[in-house]
Design a protein around this ligand. Sequence first.
Ligand SMILES: [Cu+2]
Length: 420
Amino acid sequence: MKFFGYVFGLALLSAQANAITPPAGAESLAACSSVVVRKEVRSLSTSEWNAYKAAAHAAYNDRWIDWFGYLHDRIAMTIHGNSMFFVYHRALTRDYEKILRGYDPSVAVPYWNAMVDYQHPEQSPLFSADNLGGNGNGNGCVADGMPGSWMMNYPDPHCLCRKYSSGTTMPAWHSPEFITHVMQSSTTYAQLRAGVENSIHGAVHLALGGDMDTMHSPLDPIFWVHHANIDRLYAQWQAVSPDDRTYMIDGDGPNNVAADVNMLLTGTSKPAYTVMRLGYGDMCYTYDTIQAANGNADALSKRNTRKCIKRPNQATEAIKKLPPQVLQQFYPSFSNGTVNPLENEMTSITPNTPIGSNGTYTAPKPNEAMRGKMPVPMKLTDAWVKMQNACVEEVRDIESRAANMVEALNKANYLSPYLY
Ligand SMILES: [Cu+2]
């Protein structure tokens, strides 16, 4: 066991020392003169949240939302279940952000940290009538919140539709603990992509149902705040080790051809490398988490010069008290003491903090009655796996890792601070 740990440690060190030379063409991408900062929905001020909703609604009125639904649907089979996933959805979300900024130049796409709402997703403040609305009515039509009266035109005229997968509730999905595991244990792009796409990404789409459970899912405003969160995980993972991860891409691209930095984002003439470095070219945005860790908005242009800022909080302390063998199995960075805040999703966001409350949340309060009772996250259905054109073994592997982690943590009598 000791020997294994030693060899694994060496492998980690050598992986980080392997700097990847930026691809030809990347140097000609200009540094952004300014970057916008994407924040968690609960960290926005009330006026920032209102401005975002107004811009999103204006884009709907001008049929941009139908357009994005069409765009995504048209090429769906090439942008999921392979390495195109992160880079394509990064470009798509940035295109949407640019459309919104045409209505209000102050707007950035907020992200929704769906993980902290994992126990009772339907109780997330995001789904309230003040925000993005809740479950569809008897006809599946979303009848409250910002998209409460939305009528869509693609693929045919219909009301915006949601059908929670358990009726009036949604099953528990993937926790901050599981995504922290994925962040710390993925040393390649392909591992991270498989771990994120087949867990929280798929679960949120499937659990919300309706239009979110189709390939024209960009129709639902949840899509954008969800995908900004998925992109944040990719951006944070890159920022943990920018020298080797900024331009790292491996695994399969579409059509079982090996992915590389020069592959064209489906349906465009843009090579993947044009979107891989935040703060350059068209990617003029960053995330509040990256900014906090680096003390600098231009995070990815900084090359290992920053100091890691420690964010000690109750949530992290609880997980660090797990038995050493559990830590070693699921949390290599916590285990060997090299943890970077960017691969620690144990945030201090409280699930029921209202949206647009300026980040004035208090640290999550663990409920003793939930000790050793983390729920196993929902599974992705065969129909979903087929629609995603995903590799079944890959999906089931992530599923069993999630179940194993929950089992190990419960056995260790761990208390997840996000359970209430
Ligand atoms: Cu997609």
